[in-house]
Design a protein. Structure first.
Ligand code: NAP
Length: 329
């Protein structure tokens, strides 16, 4: 049996976190009838977050998965179509672009927005996984506020670890930075700032081997890698700051990536291929916030919409099928 013929869409959005779904809300209100290839699991990093207290418009706070449900309902309301699938292959060498999404099928698109995000790296300890969202976090900006007056630990030796440790001293009574080597890779300035902070202590050549606690973090078992000795460190929270992995593997070779695997962009949302736009943490490794990702999703949708309108002009290179008039906002 031959494979079903590809479907054709004006705009395909890959990813369903705050960036992808905001792009979908804007694009569907602009009559582009976007298809979102949502990814499995869908919804992005907020699906793993409990209380979100810094998303504007929710003064009482909101659970991460509920916030993403609302984004999705809003996108659906204006006609966004969803495929619950991962993109398995792309061809951006000519237009229409082509994206394969396993059993869901293949789609040809006039324009694409990549909003696949980035995933925080974890220590991969079962005890860490059990307590994620219950005292184990990968985002000090998001969760630091919940740890007023507590002793905390940060794992990592890069800029994020130094920055997060310093930030956490606004709330914590003390922060211990635990790093597996005896030297940091962080920039001199961020390391010096952390070292000068009287609330920050350091455990070098050490690794966390277990996170203690049932419903909240009560301490860590920390192994000294020089002596092999394991000690308990009594802390009320653990912040893992060992880097992020952008979800760009499927775009390798199709779009330009930087040395860490993030999408390279110019003019904020434009990737190395004209007509393919980017939004959110897949290229923004600086802010990494739901609200900044949503803002970038909005920008990518507006840029894609304007680009499609330009392409529909008869004189445009790579002229594509008729485009709608720019939407009134
Ligand atoms: P990073 O530079 O890759 O550092 C990750 C750290 O985590 C390293 O010290 C690494 O140890 C450690 N690590 C990795 N896997 C580990 C594991 N399984 N167990 C224990 N430790 C582990 O990541 P980042 O700090 O998130 O920074 C990412 C990029 O963003 C960098 O280019 C950084 O300069 C930039 N950034 C800049 C700023 C700023 O300028 N304000 C702030 C944040 C981030 P080893 O050192 O032993 O490899």
């Amino acid at each position: 049996m031959s494979a079903p013929a590809p479907v054709r869409r004006r705009l395909v959005i890959v990813g369903s976190g705050p960036a992808g779904l905001t792009a979908a809300i804007y694009a569907s209100r602009a009559n582009l009838a976007p298809l979102v290839i949502a990814g499995v699991p869908s919804g992005g990093q907020l699906m793993l977050t409990s209380d979100v207290e810094n998303y504007p418009g929710f003064p009482e706070g909101i659970l991460g998965p509920e916030l993403m449900d609302r984004f999705r309902a809003q996108a659906k309301r204006f006609g966004t179509e969803f495929w619950e699938a991962n993109v398995t292959r792309v061809d951006f060498t000519h237009r229409p672009f082509r994206l394969e999404a396993g059993l869901s099928g293949t789609v040809e698109a006039d324009a694409v927005i990549v909003a696949t995000g980035a995933n925080a790296r974890w220590l991969d300890l079962p005890s860490e996984q059990k307590l994620r969202g219950k005292g184990v976090s990968a985002c000090a900006t998001c969760d630091g506020f919940f740890f007023k007056g507590k002793e905390l630990a940060v794992v990592g030796g890069g800029d994020s670890a130094m920055e997060e440790a310093t930030f956490l001293t606004k709330f914590a009574s003390h922060v211990t930075v635990i790093h597996r080597r005896d030297g940091f890779r962080a920039s001199r300035i961020l390391e010096s700032r952390a070292r000068a902070n009287p609330k920050i202590g350091f455990r070098l050549s050490s690794e966390v081997v277990e996170v203690l606690g049932t419903n909240s973090v009560e301490g860590l078992r920390v192994k000294d890698l020089t002596t092999g000795k394991v000690e308990t460190l009594p802390v009320g929270g653990l912040f893992v700051a060992i880097g992020h992995d952008p979800a760009t593997e499927v775009f390798r070779g199709a779009l330009e990536l930087d040395e860490h695997g993030y999408l390279k962009t110019r003019d904020l949302t434009r990737t190395s291929v004209e007509g393919v736009f980017a939004a959110g943490d897949v290229y923004d490794h600086r802010y990494r916030q739901a609200v900044s990702a949503a803002g970038l999703g909005c920008m990518a949708a507006l840029d894609a919409e304007h680009w499609l309108v330009e392409q529909a002009q008869p004189h445009a290179p790579g002229h594509v099928a008729s485009a709608p008039a720019p939407s009134a906002r």
